[in-house]
Design a protein around this ligand. Structure first.
Ligand SMILES: C[S@@+](CC[C@H](N)C(=O)[O-])C[C@H]1O[C@@H](n2cnc3c(N)ncnc32)[C@H](O)[C@@H]1O
Length: 200
């Protein structure tokens, strides 16, 4: 999709600016949350691939001051003003990041979000494979730090091994849904996979 000029014409880009969100992707989380009630007041939330922080802002507003949201990214995230938001720099493909995450969480997470994306090469198979690698890393983290009965939302670029990923994901949850929110660009390969009722 087009360059800077095109982005600025885009309604969600303008709305994000107007509402003070750092990324237009904030609206994807809002729309998915309206549909699936993933985030609730007082929840402990882990957000993987969280920079620049649009989802952190949305999650922080919903969980409120009695909740807690930990954002993880390989890139630093500029500080956010809500006290319930914390961030760490970490590579979710590196297993030692899971140890760091569990040290920072006050208890197991009620919700894990992952909007992590690889750097796009434009080669469908490569981008798909890297996206699946990140989504599988998110599952491995959930195996360690998602509470029983917890909820999960993971972005995946569709492709050859999507069904295989889905089978792994489904084994871990009572209910699984696949969704493409309105704020997700029509031509993009991304879909969001939602898991409700984490089995442990
Ligand atoms: C689409 S952005 C996330 C946008 C975010 N949800 C928001 O609303 O601001 C994807 C992020 O995934 C991060 N990412 C990619 N690979 C990662 C990895 N191995 N570990 C942690 N973060 C990663 C990127 O640095 C990037 O910031």
């Amino acid at each position: 999709m087009g360059g800077k000029k095109h982005r600025k014409m885009e309604p969600y880009y303008r709305l994000a600016k107007k509402m003070g969100y750092r990324a237009r992707s904030a609206f994807k989380l809002k729309q998915l949350n309206d549909r699936y009630a993933l985030l609730r007041r007082g929840n402990i939330v882990l957000d993987l691939g969280a920079a620049p922080g649009g989802w952190l802002q949305v999650a922080g507003e919903i969980v409120g001051e009695r909740g807690f949201v930990l954002g993880v990214d390989i890139q630093p995230i500029e500080e956010l003003p809500l006290p319930q938001l914390r961030t760490i720099i970490g590579d979710i493909l590196d297993p030692s990041t899971t140890t760091l995450i569990s040290e920072k969480l006050p208890r197991k997470a009620d919700v894990i979000l992952s909007d992590a994306s690889p750097k796009i090469t434009g080669v469908w198979d490569v981008d798909h494979a890297r996206s699946i690698e990140l989504a599988e890393a998110a599952i491995a983290i959930a195996d360690r730090v998602l509470a029983p009965n917890g909820r999960m939302l993971v972005k995946v670029f569709q492709g050859r091994t999507f069904e295989e990923f889905l089978r792994k994901f489904k084994r871990r949850f009572l209910f699984t849904k696949i969704s493409k929110p309105h704020a997700s660009r029509k031509g993009s390969a991304e879909v969001y996979v939602i898991g409700i009722g984490h089995r442990t």
